[in-house]
Design a protein around this ligand. Structure first.
Ligand code: SF4
Length: 154
């Protein structure tokens, strides 16, 4: 059983109230092989919501108190991002998930890169807050870009 980003499953949970549906991932949910979660919604943020980026590091740094998540209006939403990651982890643990498929580049879900904190669309190497927390608990995190091709025909 996997956890997947809710927006992959067609749920309108992105900051713009859109989705990032991936048909193969939506199929996993339909077949009962994956559970969709949106950490930002689970952290209590609204949908739609102002976009937010990690300033001063990546998700690991946020968990260690060395970086913050700031929205485009300058509001500190670090607590909501950490709370959402913790709630998403609870879902993962409750279903015994050992793997997750999360949306690349998101400040919550990114697993190779994230937006660089300038709100200009530029990216940097790093991981999101939820990915960092999942990995600290031994959950393997892949993205739509790194997901093993063989698994897509599972
Ligand atoms: S937090 Fe993750 S699941 Fe939620 S909209 Fe962003 S990328 Fe999708």
């Amino acid at each position: 059983m996997k956890v997947v980003s809710g927006c992959f499953a067609g749920i309108h949970c992105t900051y713009k109230k859109g989705h990032n549906r991936v048909d193969e991932i939506q199929r996993l949910v339909r077949e009962g092989k994956a559970i969709p979660v949106c950490p930002e919604q689970l952290g209590g943020l609204s949908t739609p919501r102002p976009p937010a980026e990690i300033i001063g590091g990546d998700g690991d740094d946020v968990l260690d108190g060395k970086a913050k998540v700031i929205d485009i209006h300058g509001k500190d939403v670090t607590d909501e991002f950490i709370s959402g990651a913790e709630e998403a982890l609870q879902v993962a643990l409750s279903i015994g998930a050992t793997e997750a498929l999360l949306k690349e580049s998101s400040p919550s879900c990114g697993s190779c890169k994230i937006y660089d904190g300038t709100h200009t669309g530029k990216k940097k190497e790093g991981i999101g807050v939820t990915t960092a927390l999942f990995r600290r608990h031994g959950i393997i995190v892949a993205s739509e870009e790194t997901w093993n091709e063989e698994e897509k025909t599972e």
